[in-house]
Design a protein around this ligand. Structure first.
Ligand code: ADP
Length: 189
């Protein structure tokens, strides 16, 4: 079973590439951002609690996102594998994911880290904000907050996966299909 992580700062292209990888390798795509936005759209209690945090670039609590991931894995018992997008974002989330997987006799096959510089990220996020109307993409201060959260909370996970020997870094600037091909080369068939 193939269990992939797609890793990178906001706007790195995780969602775009994760969808393409999920299709090619027949994996279930799990995006915590998408799951949370669905809760907000449905007006659930969880969504109400998450909206304000998300609009301000602050992380939702580890318990909530870990619970969502646990449910998604359990609901797909015959999956070929999973691609996790936007998760884990903190060390406790990474440890929880290891436990969720190892309890099922699974582990992470590879962590694909998309490398994109901050100037390019901001260009992409502002464009996405105009097209999608996402509140967290439309405000420069929210972008800066997300970058700060990424740097302090999320980027240390690169070391965590490097130590496990499963980290691969890929240049995330260029044509979508070229980046996709570079990613595919790192995924065991
Ligand atoms: P991006 O990849 O562009 O940063 P996402 O769509 O993945 O955006 O996430 C948007 C927001 O949803 C985050 O800023 C955060 O508030 C919340 N979120 C998503 N995933 C997580 C997570 N794993 N842990 C905590 N909060 C999360």
């Amino acid at each position: 079973m193939l269990n992939l992580l797609i890793f990178g700062p906001p706007g790195a292209g995780k969602g775009t590439q994760a969808l393409k990888i999920a299709e090619k390798f027949k994996l279930i795509h799990i995006s915590t951002g998408d799951l949370l936005r669905a809760e907000v759209a449905a007006g659930t209690e969880l969504g109400k609690a998450a909206k304000n945090l998300m609009d301000n670039g602050i992380l939702v609590s580890d318990d909530i996102v870990v619970g969502m991931i646990d449910a998604k894995i359990s609901n797909n018992p015959s999956a070929n594998g999973f691609i996790f997008d936007g998760f884990p974002r903190t060390l406790p989330q990474a440890e929880a994911l290891d436990n969720l997987l190892s309890n099922r006799g699974l582990s992470i096959t590879v962590t694909l880290s998309l490398e994109v510089d901050e100037e390019e990220l901001y260009k992409r996020i502002s464009l996405r904000g105009k097209m999608s109307g996402r509140a967290d993409d439309q405000d420069k201060n929210t972008f800066l907050k997300r970058m700060q959260v990424y740097t302090t909370e999320t980027s240390p996970l690169k070391d965590y996966y490097k130590k496990k020997g499963v980290l691969v870094s890929i240049n995330g600037i260029g044509e979508i299909d070229d980046i996709f091909n570079s990613l595919c080369k790192e995924i065991p068939a």
